[in-house]
Design a protein around this ligand. Structure first.
Ligand code: GLC
Length: 499
């Protein structure tokens, strides 16, 4: 246990934190990571915009919440914006919610296009992070930012005409959840935030004549973490670097991959209030009850065929093209499929078409529904994730916990977390390498072969269910990183520039 003076103080600055604001896996991680840090005696707190619905969610969950006496003021675009700040206690994590109804209006968080106006909420949030000590009695040692929306924190500490004076007071970590989105904007926008033009050099934001917030943010952060070790290697290649692989060549010594975990308080079939019957590795009876309920929900008859599920965003990254092409070939004779998620209209339309063509074996729900997601994992046999790229992926980890065996493409975090059953008696699922329908199909057939060989299937399900992806493991890597930063042992702090 840390002594009081020694205690690490970390502020996570984020646009998502489940259940208050959630668009995808980032929201889950930003709940589970700070929660686990708090349980490991780190004073971890979160700064989050009160997007529409967030305050209601605080209330509905019965989290304690009260306004701070001081407001936060940030100068932006030649005027002062201020926000009321609420302090809520979410699952033991102190969360500062910024109530700024003029800026935080988009319930979908991420805008369709990045313009002067649509970038304002992200600039406000990032600069507000540096005002937190002024309106609370608390000052972090480390500011932990996530993806491009909050990379403006480190940019401000280097190049903001006012905030750069604070550079030596904080260490900044940036976590890469998805390099596909980089916050590429018109360079003229940054001056309205108070960031000077020096930031636009090649060693800063400059990117083919535009300003790349993620690139600049990484360059001036003290440490960069990717959400899995494999992803930290993938992004250094031309195929996985989304145009930034060259940038990493100068930053290798401050880049590290730390695997995400899942929160077993939420994702454990033994005590999951959202499924009709609990079960565990040693007593699988409840899984049959869940299967029955899932089959009823889909209005099918159970003929014993394997049930395959996909829960996630229907976007190209997730491999929907090869997934749907494969399902079209497989469906009638071989399996049933449950798809839950929403995304690009062409994929949603494809899914709707499948439900009409294959009502007896394909079922989809367009959107996100917690209860259905839990039932889909619990009632299914296989969780499929044929991702084109996958920084970490949470669905395969949840699938394993529920004994829904993962069939995944060998990329990013999927490669770090799934062991092929044909290659090892400790295997937990099935992997394929090339991004093609044929390869996915072969992996799926390997899974079906084992499915019909009950003793082998039981062994595989047992292996999957006993795999441990709790945050406990990764949290020590984060704590180690924070400690090294705080004590100066990390060795990457660059204070050589003039303030
Ligand atoms: C993004 C990535 C996903 C990762 C999640 C949380 O959604 O696409 O792979 O698990 O962030 O880090």
């Amino acid at each position: 246990m840390d002594s009081f003076d020694d205690q690490l103080k970390v502020l996570h600055v984020t646009v998502e934190m489940a259940p208050l604001v959630k668009q995808g896996g980032v929201g889950d991680v930003l709940m589970a990571l700070p929660k686990s840090l708090c349980r490991h005696s780190v004073d971890a707190r979160v700064l989050l915009p009160a997007y529409p619905g967030a305050m209601e969610c605080v209330k509905n969950h019965g989290y304690s919440c009260s306004p701070l006496a001081e407001r936060i003021h940030v100068a932006l675009d030649y005027k002062v914006y201020s926000a009321k700040v609420y302090r809520a206690e979410v699952e033991g994590v102190p969360v500062y919610l910024l109530d700024q109804p003029e800026l935080f209006t988009n319930p979908n968080v991420y805008p369709h296009s990045l313009s002067h106006a649509s970038m304002m909420p992200f600039a406000f949030l990032s600069l507000a992070a540096l005002e937190i000590p002024g309106c609370t009695d608390w000052k972090p040692d480390i500011i932990h930012t996530h993806d491009w929306p909050t990379s403006i924190v480190s940019l401000a500490l280097r190049w903001h005409k006012h905030y750069r004076a604070l550079r030596s007071e904080y260490d900044v970590v940036i976590t890469l959840h998805n390099l596909a989105h980089q916050g590429i904007i018109d360079p003229s926008i940054i001056s309205s935030w108070g960031i000077t033009k020096e930031a636009l050099s090649i060693e800063g934001l400059e990117y083919y004549g535009q300003a790349n917030l993620l690139k600049g943010g990484m360059i001036v952060s003290d440490a960069i973490t990717a959400v899995s070790p494999h992803y930290s290697w993938d992004i250094q290649t031309p195929e996985g670097g989304f145009g930034l692989h060259g940038v990493f060549s100068n930053m290798k010594n401050k880049l590290t991959g730390i695997l995400n975990g899942i929160d077993y308080d939420v994702w454990s079939p033994k005590n999951d209030p959202l499924i009709p019957a609990g079960y565990s590795m040693d007593d699988m009876e409840g899984k049959a009850v869940c299967r029955k309920k899932l089959i009823e929900m889909c209005n099918w008859n159970d003929d014993g065929k394997p049930i395959v599920t996909f829960v996630g965003r229907m976007v190209q990254q997730k491999g929907i093209d090869i997934l749907f092409t494969m399902l079209d070939w497989l469906m009638i004779d071989n399996c049933r499929a449950v798809v839950i998620g929403s995304g690009q209209p062409q994929y949603e339309e494809w899914a709707h078409q499948f439900s009409r063509t294959y009502p007896d074996c394909f079922w989809c729900f367009m959107g996100f529904n917690d209860e259905m997601a839990h039932l889909a994992y619990a009632g299914s046999d296989i969780t499929v994730m044929p991702s084109l790229f996958e920084p970490c992926g949470l669905s395969q980890l949840i699938g394993m916990s529920y004994g829904s065996v993962p069939v995944v493409r060998c990329t990013g975090g999927l490669a770090d977390t799934v062991i092929d059953f044909d290659g090892s008696p400790d295997g937990t699922g099935f992997l394929f390498s090339d991004y093609s329908t044929d390869e996915l199909l072969k992996a799926m057939y390997r899974a079906f072969d084992v499915y019909y060989d009950k003793p082998r299937w039981q062994k595989l399900v047992r292996n999957a269910m006993s795999a441990d992806f709790s945050w406990n493991k990764s949290i020590s890597s984060y704590i180690d990183l924070y400690r090294k930063l705080k004590s100066g042992d990390w060795g990457n702090k660059d204070l050589s520039f003039e303030t």
